[in-house]
Design a protein around this ligand. Structure first.
Ligand SMILES: Nc1nc2c(ncn2[C@@H]2O[C@H](COP(=O)(O)OP(=O)(O)OP(=O)(O)O)[C@@H](O)[C@H]2O)c(=O)[nH]1
Ligand SMILES: [Mg+2]
Length: 295
């Protein structure tokens, strides 16, 4: 059976393979290289990495370039992510631009940790979008995880505060906080994130804080700029790359890591609670360049 990630990367893979398969075995022309370059850039692999790939193509014959490219790319990717939180208790803040997948990813993560047997709590700290709390109520049921919410306040920090008090008294090990979508240009919303971060550090210092940004694969290179800006306000520990299914832009993991040092920890591959995978560079490269892998 093909893995879900392999299927999700189908569009990216078929455009990349088209370009590579057209290369002439005896002599790789400048036109060939340009075609490969173009496809890699369309897949959001990022200029630096694309340049290194075309250098390898120029230097090595068709016989061994694919192995060399793969070896090189492996050095440019984050390590395999292990979905184990080593320091507990932890508060995971889900941050990111509107619609990138914070709420659904929060629940997907909650389900992963619950399945590990951890005591998990979700906090609904998005007070901006009217339907946000109801959406998380539905998803917390899917994850089978308790939710703290408060429809009566518009103050996310107050909900966060109450939520962590509750987590503390029920000895929760993993708290996942859903926050409102925001653009980095909304200064007041960005300071609100900083405030939430400070509250945890100052008032609940036994909790480690982790900030995860959700990145929508469809948004391409813009996401790298967004992540950079978020990182100026709250230190990002990692990214969840969402909606990889159905995009031909599956290469964004490279510039995120290379330009910002932010490792992709999870990949979102669909709209169900189970549609998430910890990042594995080997599986990811298989998905991009086409080695079928069994589940
Ligand atoms: N196909 C696909 N859809 C996804 C994935 N992750 C999220 N979505 C969809 O993207 C849409 C937005 O997801 P949300 O989780 O609501 O995004 P959000 O960041 O919380 O949005 P706001 O709270 O409005 O900022 C929903 O329709 C999700 O089902 C994914 O990995 N694959
Ligand atoms: Mg949301």
């Amino acid at each position: 059976m093909l893995s879900k990630l392999f299927s999700a990367l189908e569009n990216t893979r078929s455009s990349l393979l088209n370009a590579f398969n057209n290369l002439n075995a005896d002599k790789i022309s400048d036109d060939d290289i340009e075609r490969v370059e173009e496809q890699l850039l369309l897949a959001d692999v990022g200029l630096d990495t694309v340049d290194s790939i075309t250098d390898i193509l120029r230097k090595f014959s068709k016989d061994n370039y694919s192995n060399r490219i793969r070896e090189y790319l492996l050095t440019q990717l984050p390590h395999k992510y292990s979905p184990i939180q080593k320091k507990l208790p932890v508060v995971i803040m889900m941050v990111g631009v509107n619609g990138t997948g914070k709420t659904t990813s929060a629940a997907k993560l909650a389900r992963i940790y619950r399945d590990q047997g951890k005591r998990v709590l979700l906090i609904a700290a998005d007070t901006y979008r009217a339907a946000a709390i109801d959406q998380l109520k539905v998803w917390s049921k899917r994850a089978d995880v308790r939710l703290v919410c408060n429809e009566k306040t518009k103050e996310p920090s107050a909900i966060l505060f109450d939520g962590i008090i509750s987590a503390r008294s029920s000895e929760c090990e993993i708290v996942i906080v859903d926050t409102a979508g925001r653009l980095h240009t909304y200064e007041n919303l960005m300071s609100e994130l900083e405030k939430m971060h400070r509250i945890i550090e100052n008032r609940f210092s036994e909790f480690v804080v982790k900030n995860l940004i959700t990145i929508d694969s469809l948004l391409g290179q813009n996401s790298v700029v967004q992540a950079k800006e978020f990182n100026r306000h709250v230190p990002l520990d990692g990214a969840i790359l969402t909606k990889l299914d159905g995009t031909a832009k599956g290469g964004i993991v490279f510039p995120l890591y290379k330009e910002l040092g932010i490792p992709v920890q999870y990949i979102g591959i669909g709209e169900d609670i189970m549609d998430i995978e910890p990042f594995d560079p080997e599986n990811y490269l298989d998905g991009l360049f086409g080695k079928e892998i069994d589940d």
